[in-house]
Ligand binder design. Structure first.
Ligand code: ADP
Ligand code: MG
Length: 682
């Protein structure tokens, strides 16, 4: 079995499993090896059902007294049912469409069952519990189980077995980095690190494996950007762009004045695009600081000067939002500048019409997702390319857009709070501008951390805000109920919420597994105030702007990294009304409340991320809380800051001796395969 063999080379992976794995972006053996666990689980000690453990995932050791029964439900599902006795406490167990399990449960014998305990009609019950022989369970208790991202129809066990088979049967390279670097850093070998990251024997090993993989990812990331930079340092700027009075007129027609920082950054950009060389600039501005209007004003000058200007957003929802905003602004300004939109979910005919628009207009504004760069699209007269929330794009997508046209000016915008030194490493020789100041009309968002017992009060608050004409976001960690994770999911939650409010509000549901067109519709309905409440996963985190929403309620807030919570909180407080953020803490661990309390102390994204890291410590691997930046699979720029620094120094040293990697042909090909494996994160 080779790294690039298709996934069905694994024994036991048939047509059905292949399809499901494909859905998760796994096509080859290498893909599944790099399909890293989402988190890890140590099975709990067996316990006795009690009122406190209701709704939790628990393990019980229960005796099956009589043979399990099978019956067919009204919805024509085969239901297998049995009762396990823990001492004399009965616990009802059910499995769906799993009749084959019947023979594995012998009457009279004790088994361990793992699942979520519920209490219904005066009886304890567990649906779909996992079944273990008691000795086997004790063995498992000593192991760390990897938990993978799944899709409907695919079980964790199937993924786990496939990974194991790939690890056992595929010969992996021991070394991927130049010898001197492998030796100097005293890493686990590549193959050891992969094995350990999937199946760690203990915590320390896991930390070591992570260290190598994180280092490697950042090494290749930095190596690639240094090699790219070198090619692009000094293209002469042949575009004739100047500032136009129409842009000023439009600017003064806005309902607000730009903040000092916005004005400064806009000037930076304007002097860049009139400079001697083509620019590369990073604009950092925390959520809500108003990056979009700055981008638009720059694009407007470019279009008025007779060129095309494009902005690329990481999600359809965001691209659509920019598009609609831009169309309105152009109209308000009374200008005749076409705006084109390209997203993956558009019909072929719509795309064709847009392509025609672009082909026929030397000067226009172009908005899109990564669909801009796929499908062989060409832009003949592109002078400025902006990527919004750029850290969400894979390395390649970014490079690709800038290769359209004749070396256009490049601006990347990001809300990732990182210090300057880090920015220098990650963005190399890009110029950096920051928007630090928030618009003056903003009231600080009021934040509170609450426990389950306050839920009613929170919902009352939600309905009071809706009564004032405002809207509410509620975030749940999961899309649908999960056998391995204890957290709210948008599917069940929205139903429960609707019952709770007696259907009084119209509730939208949004998550990453929906079709892009459906997502757009849901977002549009929320933006147009057709829905009052939006129950969503973190897909809403990236850049969405609905100023009328004043409440952000986050369920199981303890499951999120603070950087992510900060981004989510930034979805409210975007208008002049007072906004609120309610963090529901579902953990009884004191350290969790301490961590969440950091959110009360500051509204500064970087401060928050740093404090989070201090509290967690680098060894906190459970529920690996990635800040989700830079679409790294393992690395996290905060958690692995030391490795990042090391990788940066090592790359610099290497390139000093071998600037175009002529003496390292193997490294060059590893870099290329690294780049193709970076996938796009929505
Ligand atoms: P982000 O930097 O997070 O992308 P946006 O560009 O989406 O922020 O701006 C957030 C909101 O603030 C938008 O509704 C925008 O119109 C508004 N806004 C931008 N600049 C100002 C300003 N100077 N004064 C008041 N409101 C502003
Ligand atoms: Mg934005």
């Amino acid at each position: 079995m080779e790294l690039l063999s298709p996934i069905d080379t694994i024994k036991g992976v048939g047509e059905k499993t292949t399809k499901l794995l494909n859905k998760l972006g796994v096509y080859t053996i290498e893909d599944i090896l790099l399909f890293f666990p989402r988190t890890y689980l140590i099975y709990p000690e067996v316990s006795t059902p009690n009122p406190d453990s209701v709704n939790s995932l628990i393990s019980i050791a229960g005796r099956i007294k009589t043979s399990p029964k099978v019956f067919r439900s009204k919805s024509r599902i085969d239901v297998l049912s049995a009762t396990a006795f823990v001492g004399d406490i009965p616990v009802d167990l059910v499995w769906f469409n799993s009749n084959y399990l019947k023979s594995s449960l012998e009457p009279g014998k004790v088994y361990v069952f793992y699942g979520r305990l519920v209490f219904d009609k005066n009886r304890y019950k567990i649906s779909q519990p996992l079944i273990f022989e008691t000795e086997k369970y004790e063995e498992l208790r000593n192991q760390i189980q990897p938990i993978y991202h799944l899709t409907k129809g695919l079980s964790n066990n199937v993924v786990l077995k496939s990974v194991k088979a790939a690890l056992d049967n595929c010969k992996l390279p021991e070394k991927r980095l130049p010898d001197e670097i492998e030796d100097k850093n005293n890493f686990l070998t590549y193959s050891q690190a992969l094995k350990t990251y999937h199946f760690p024997e203990n915590f320390d090993e896991l930390v070591k494996a992570r260290k190598r993989l994180a280092y490697e990812e950042m090494f290749f990331f930095i190596l690639n950007s240094r090699l790219q930079e070198d090619k692009s340092v000094s293209y002469p700027n042949n575009f004739k762009i100047c500032h136009h009075s129409q842009t000023d007129d439009f600017r003064s027609s806005l309902q607000f004045a730009l903040t000092g920082d916005q004005d400064k950054v806009l000037n930076d950009i304007l002097s860049d695009i009139q400079g001697e060389y083509v620019t590369q600039r990073l604009i950092q501005g925390d959520v809500g600081s108003g990056k979009t209007i700055v981008a638009f004003l720059a694009m407007l000058d470019v279009a008025l000067s007779g060129y095309q200007a494009a902005i690329m957003a990481p999600t359809e929802v965001l691209a659509k939002q920019h598009y609609e905003g831009f169309v309105k602004w152009v109209e308000n300004a009374g200008l005749n500048i076409p705006v084109a939109l390209f997203t993956g979910s558009m019909k072929a005919s719509e795309k064709k019409a847009m392509a025609k628009l672009v082909a026929e207009n030397d000067s226009c504004l172009i908005v899109g997702t990564h669909a801009l760069i796929s499908e062989g699209r060409e832009f003949g007269n592109l002078a400025l390319v902006i990527t919004d929330e750029q850290h969400r794009f894979g390395v390649q997508q970014r490079d690709k857009l800038s290769s359209k046209g004749e070396h256009p000016h490049i601006i990347v915008m990001s809300a990732t709070p990182i210090p300057r030194t880090l920015a220098m490493i990650l963005y190399g020789n890009m110029h950096v501008s920051a928007i630090k100041e928030l618009p003056a009309n903003r009231l600080p968002i009021k934040t509170c951390v609450i426990k389950e017992s306050m839920r009613k009060t929170a919902y009352k608050f939600v309905s009071d805000e809706i009564a004032k004409g405002h809207q509410v976001y509620i975030i749940c960690p999961l899309v649908e109920a999960s056998e391995t994770t204890e957290a709210q999911n948008v599917t069940d939650y929205s139903k429960k919420l609707n019952e709770y409010f007696d259907g009084a509000y119209s509730i939208g549901v949004l998550h990453g597994k929906m079709k892009p067109a459906d997502k757009n519709q849901v977002m549009e309905d929320f933006a147009n105030h057709k829905t009052q409440i939006l129950v969503s996963t973190t897909v809403v985190e990236v850049g969405v702007n609905v100023p009328n929403a004043t409440v952000m309620m986050i369920e199981n807030a303890n499951r999120f990294g603070l950087a992510a919570l900060h981004q989510l909180r930034g979805r409210v407080g975007r208008g002049s009304a007072q906004s609120y953020c309610i963090l529901m803490n579902s953990s009884s661990d004191n350290r969790e409340s301490e961590r969440l309390n950091i959110m009360l102390k500051s509204n500064d994204g970087f401060f928050i991320a740093r404090e989070d890291l201090k509290l967690r410590g680098p060894g906190d691997m459970f529920g690996v809380r990635q800040s989700g930046e830079f679409s790294f699979k393992v690395a996290d720029i905060y958690q692995d800051a030391d490795e990042l620094e090391m990788a940066s120094q090592d790359v610099d040293e290497l390139l000093k001796k071998d600037p175009s990697l002529d003496n390292h042909p193997k490294l060059r090909s590893t870099l290329n395969s690294f780049l193709t494996n970076q996938f796009y994160v929505l």
